[in-house]
Design a protein around this ligand. Structure first.
Ligand code: RNT
Ligand code: ZN
Length: 433
């Protein structure tokens, strides 16, 4: 085996360790080679907004995201335009095994020296992104941006009682579907177009229902037009609370669950953001409930610390449980993995790489699980054995297979990539004003 080791050169020891791991897994009926082949089809959608702290390229709205989300920190090197952001994403991707996707927000439109408002943007404003994605063989995903805009300052967008505000955001929602469909068409892979709105209230509302009925109508208008599913896949993202919307969020979990399930003809999927539920509430158990009724599901993998803080994802029980649930439901083709975090206090390339590699580790770990053995014990009613096996499987020689996955993808397996990030920081990031 050739490839790259953590030292940056091929290593015989790595081959030996992998050989041992292959045998151990084979003794449990798991074919590591087959799993590595399957990993080639796994795509994670990298969120572009980690690279510039959710700022976007519109003129006049520097810095503040608003809408109850906030990137904290002031680490130097934030990308200031499309070219810098693309360059940074490419750098991050070079340390991430596999072929992936990039998720954009409407605020990453490049409108030249002419300002185009949210209800005026079209696919031409994303030409640089689309051309770049074609060139790099990357899929693109998309998100309308219902925040960082004066028409969102009231705290209401699609559920606004002010008709002018509401219709403006409906037009934005429609434009974004069109842009996403064009991206999917040009790139030959469906673009996931995810809708999240910040609408809500700081304090106890007197009338929760009316806003939800307005939102329902707005969504019906946005999703009325049919697009080819091979171009765009629509999704709606719920939330429990945000900064300034602690008491009420119009687009709650139950709201969107009802919406998606009652709109069969629109074929809208749900998006679960791991930070958008009660702090101790996991989303792993929700996956199979959704898959019992819907074809597809989008995940925004994030890490909340005490609240929806959008910390960089790490390899924790929550992420592992999610990957295991998808594996056990044999649903890797139905569940879309996307990232959603923004940490401005550390090197932003490091943030992307840590988060994405952690999610990929969780997916690989789950794929290597001898699930059939667990199901057998369960079906026999031997829950003691099921528990014992689950514990045993936690210490199977997974790291050797991860290293192999990295090296066969021409990516540095161990911490060696950090030296490369340091170089990039010295040569590129530190020179940004
Ligand atoms: C906000 C949502 C949403 C955003 C991004 C920027 O709470 O999670 O997905 O983070 O769209
Ligand atoms: Zn999200």
């Amino acid at each position: 085996m050739g490839g790259v080791s953590s030292m940056g050169k091929s290593s015989e020891n790595m081959d030996k360790v992998y050989e041992y791991a292959r045998e151990v897994y084979a003794s449990y009926g798991v074919d590591t080679e087959g799993v590595l082949e399957k990993m080639k089809n796994i795509q994670v959608s990298l969120h572009c907004w980690q690279g510039d702290d959710v700022t976007g390229f519109e003129k006049g709205v520097e810095g503040l995201s608003g809408g109850g989300i906030m990137a904290t920190g002031n680490y130097p090197g934030r990308a200031r335009n499309g070219d810098e952001l693309r360059q940074d994403i490419e750098k991050a991707l070079s340390f991430i095994p596999g072929k992936h996707r990039v998720s954009l927000h409407a605020i990453y439109a490049e409108t030249g020296n002419k300002y185009a408002d949210r209800d005026e943007i079209d696919a031409s404003h994303f030409k640089s992104w689309i051309d770049w994605a074609k060139d790099k063989n990357l899929g693109l995903d998309f998100n309308p941006t219902f925040f960082s805009h004066e028409k969102a300052d009231s705290g209401f967008t699609l559920s606004s009682k002010a008709e002018e505000t509401r219709s403006f955001w409906i037009r934005h929602g429609k434009r974004c579907r069109e842009i996403a469909a064009e991206m999917g068409k040009q790139l030959g892979t469906p673009c996931v177009n995810n809708l999240w709105i910040p609408d809500g209230m700081k304090d106890i509302p007197a009338d929760r229902l009316s806003y939800r009925l307005i939102l329902k109508d707005s969504l019906d208008e946005i999703y009325a037009k049919k697009y080819d599913k091979s171009h765009v896949l629509d999704s709606v993202e719920s939330k429990l609370f945000g900064i300034g919307s602690e008491s009420y969020v119009v687009g709650s979990h139950e709201f969107y669950m009802g919406y998606a399930l009652s709109r069969d003809e629109m074929d809208v999927m749900l998006c679960f953001d791991t930070g958008h539920f009660h702090p101790t509430e996991g989303i792993a158990d929700k996956i199979s409930s959704v898959l019992a009724f819907q074809d597809r599901l989008l995940l925004h993998i994030s890490r909340g610390v005490r609240w929806d803080s959008d910390h960089v994802v790490i390899l924790g029980d929550d992420v592992l449980s999610i990957a295991q649930e998808v594996k056990r439901a044999n649903a890797f083709e139905r569940v879309h993995f996307a990232l959603d975090f923004f940490d401005a206090s550390i090197n932003r390339i490091t943030a992307w790489v840590v988060g994405t590699r952690s999610v990929l580790k969780a997916i690989l770990f789950a794929m290597l699980e001898p699930t059939e053995l667990l199901k057998e014990e369960e079906n026999k009613g031997n829950f003691g054995n099921r528990l014992a096996l689950m514990e045993e499987f936690k210490t199977l020689p997974f790291p050797a297979v991860w290293d192999k996955y990295c090296s066969m993808s021409n990516v540095i397996p161990g911490k060696g990539w950090l030296d490369e990030v340091r170089k990039y920081e010295e040569e590129v990031l530190s020179k940004r004003g």
